[in-house]
Each structure stands twice: as C-alpha cells, then as structure tokens.
Design a protein around this ligand. Structure first.
Ligand SMILES: *Cc1c(COP(=O)(O)O)cnc(C)c1O
Length: 365
C-alpha cells in the first residue's frame, strides 16, 4: 500500500472561484493565472476547472505549450514576455500574446521574422519596480512598438504592489491612468487582491483581470479577510492518515529537539506528512489541523516524513484516521491553507507551490 498521503484538486472549487472573480469584476475578461504549474495544482489537473476562463496567463514557455496541448485555442499571455529571440518563434507558432517590459524585448521583436504580427502587452512600472517602463518612458516604448510591422495590437498593463493592504492602489492607478489616457488598446491592472478589493471601480477592472491566488481558494489579504469572507473554496486538499498513536506522560516530549513537553498525560497521533511533502517545517506547536474533520493542533517539531497531532478533541481517532493538513475534510469541514501558512510566517501561495513531487495527486469533482 502506498504511504497514505494524498493531495486532491477540486475541479468544482476552481470553477466556483473563477466565477467569484468574474462577479467581482463584472464585464471584465478573466485571465486565469496558471504560472508555477497552476500554483502547484498542476496545469493539466486544474484545466478542467479553469477552462471557463477567457485566457490563461503564465510565465514558462513550456507551460504555454502544455496549455495549447490541452486543446486551448484561446488567449495565452506570457506575463514576463520572452527571454531570448527564439522564444518569439514559439509565440508566432503557438499564437502566444506576450508582455513587453523592457527595451531589449522591443529589440528582439524588431529583428524577429514573422508572417503573423504579435499581440503584446506593454507593461508599465507604476511603482512596483520589478518590471516595466516608467510612466515617463512608457509612451516612447509604445511609439516604438507601434511602428514595428511585427506588432499587431498593443494592450496596456501594470501590476499593483499593495492591492492587499492599507497602502492600496490609488497612487499606481493614478500614474497608470495619467500616462495612458490617450492611448488606444485594452488594459489590465488587477491581480486577485485588486480584483476582490478594488474592482468595483471600472478603471481597476478595466478589460481584463488577472486573478491567481483567489482562483485557488486562498485569500490574498489574509488575515484581514478569510477565503470564506470572499466566498472562495479550497481548490487543494492535503490529507493523510494517522499511522501510530502514542501516550505522552506528563513531563515527556515528542519529536526532534523535544520542544513540546506534555503538562498532563496526552494522547497524540503520528501523521504521515512532513516537510518533504511540502508541509512547512516552520509550523510550530499549535498549528491547526483536522483529525476526522475535527479541529486540533500539531505538537512538536515537523520532521521530514511525520508530524504529531493532539488527539484530545477526537478520542475516537486512532490508527488510520483521516488527517487534513489543509483544505476540505470528508465531513465537509474546511481548514484554510491561509491559517496554516500564517503559523509558519508565510502565505498560502508558498504552501501550494511547495507541494512536493512525492505526494500523489488526484483530481476530484
Ligand atoms: C502572479 C501574477 C498575477 C496573479 O497574482 P495573484 O496575487 O496570485 O492574484 C497577476 N499578474 C501578474 C503580472 C502576476 O505575475
């Protein structure tokens, strides 16, 4: 029998979350962002749930090929554009739309031989300072692109640094609007946080929104808001089983470093899941976990293949009992991935993306 750990990708939750993004940005088209192998869910596994999107946005050219191989004929956008001239050949061949964020990418386009002019998304650096032309240099880049026979249509794009927090988007939005005022073309500005929090404003939802994390059922602005607050459902469940039961006496410890000591007798379960499965080693004692769908806590240090959980709230549980590390338990109870991530000082994004290759994955309704 295989080790009893399993990740499940929930197709109906992906579709549901995509719909939530649509409702938050009425009339806008929706890119389902599937970079990083659909945030660890697997592009092929997530496809069925996300094929209702208007397009797929991603980074690796290999991922773009995989989306085309799945039969997707609609828009595919490379969020970082091309990395070298021959990438443009793939764009021509597969009909990929690509971001243009620097002069070097315009140089590559200018020497690219193609019969099919490209659709490009010209990126503005409106304050994130990662990719893009500053507002001052944006128009010159647009003019240069517009003069190229290799370029067909130019869309306008920027990315917010603080859509999830109190700084908000006002400054970046104003910079983008001022510099693009009289330029033609479709616009796209909003990631999940901007879509959920700010897209009631038509200028923010614009023509396309680009939700990633929300589609996978994690709240971009946790803990201010939970996934439930936004009506999002977990798209990934990580589950395992109890493979041993121990009885700690008062004053005895569990795990490496003996960093948890029982104050009173304590019944604990050993779970077949550890950091080599993608469960964060930084999760301290007290990290929430479900046993048979009942909320309890981890105790002691996470090891490579195992963690220990307090069985006090589930006296009936024992060898073989269901353990939900995040996602949905068999009884329907949800343990938000964001809560687990927060105890480890990180975000749901990182946990999803770090699901280890050794964990078997199934796709479910
Ligand atoms: C990753 C990414 C997104 C999606 O961000 P989320 O926070 O996951 O919604 C949108 N736009 C760009 C350019 C990205 O790189």
């Amino acid at each position: 029998m295989p080790r009893p750990i399993l990740a499940t990708i929930h197709t109906s939750s992906l579709s549901h979350n995509l719909l939530r993004a649509r409702q938050a940005a009425p009339d806008a088209k929706v890119w389902a962002v599937v970079k990083a192998n659909a945030y660890g869910h697997g592009i092929e596994r997530a496809y069925e749930g996300l094929r209702g999107a208007d397009g797929f946005a991603l980074i690796d050219l290999d991922e773009a090929e995989r989306v085309r191989r799945l039969g997707w004929r609609g828009p595919v956008l490379l969020l970082e554009g091309v990395f070298e001239p021959r990438d443009l050949e793939l764009c021509s061949r597969l009909g990929l739309w690509h971001t243009v964020h620097c002069d070097e990418q315009i140089d590559m386009l200018a020497t690219h031989k193609t019969h099919q002019p490209h659709r490009v998304f010209l990126k503005m650096n409106s304050g994130m300072n990662r990719l893009g032309f500053t507002p001052q240099r944006y128009r010159a880049a647009w003019t240069r692109l517009n003069a190229l026979p290799q370029v067909d249509e130019i869309s306008l794009m920027t990315h917010f640094s603080d859509a999830d927090g109190p700084r908000g988007i006002a400054q970046q939005l104003a910079a983008f609007q001022a510099a693009t005022q009289d330029l033609p073309g479709e616009r796209t500005l909003s990631n999940s946080a901007a879509t959920l929090r700010h897209a009631a404003d038509p200028a923010v939802r614009a023509d396309w929104v680009r939700p990633g994390i929300a589609v996978y059922g994690s709240a971009p602005d946790f803990p201010e808001h939970s996934a439930a607050h936004w009506g999002l459902q977990p798209a990934m469940t990580l589950a395992s089983k109890i493979i041993a039961v121990q009885h700690l006496l008062a004053g005895t410890s569990v795990g490496y470093g003996s960093n948890f000591t029982a104050e009173a007798p304590l019944r604990i379960g050993t779970v077949a899941c550890g950091y080599a499965d993608g469960y964060p080693r930084l999760c301290p004692t007290g990290t929430p976990v479900l046993v048979d769908g009942v909320r309890t806590r981890t105790v002691g240090r996470v090891s490579m293949d195992m963690i220990a959980v307090d069985l006090t709230p589930v006296p009936e549980a024992g060898f073989g009992s269901e353990v939900t590390l995040w996602g949905r338990a068999a009884n329907g109870t949800v343990l938000p991935i964001d809560e687990v991530a927060a105890t480890a000082g990180t975000v749901g994004y990182e946990l999803m993306c770090a699901l280890a290759p050794r964990v078997p994955v199934v796709v479910a309704e």
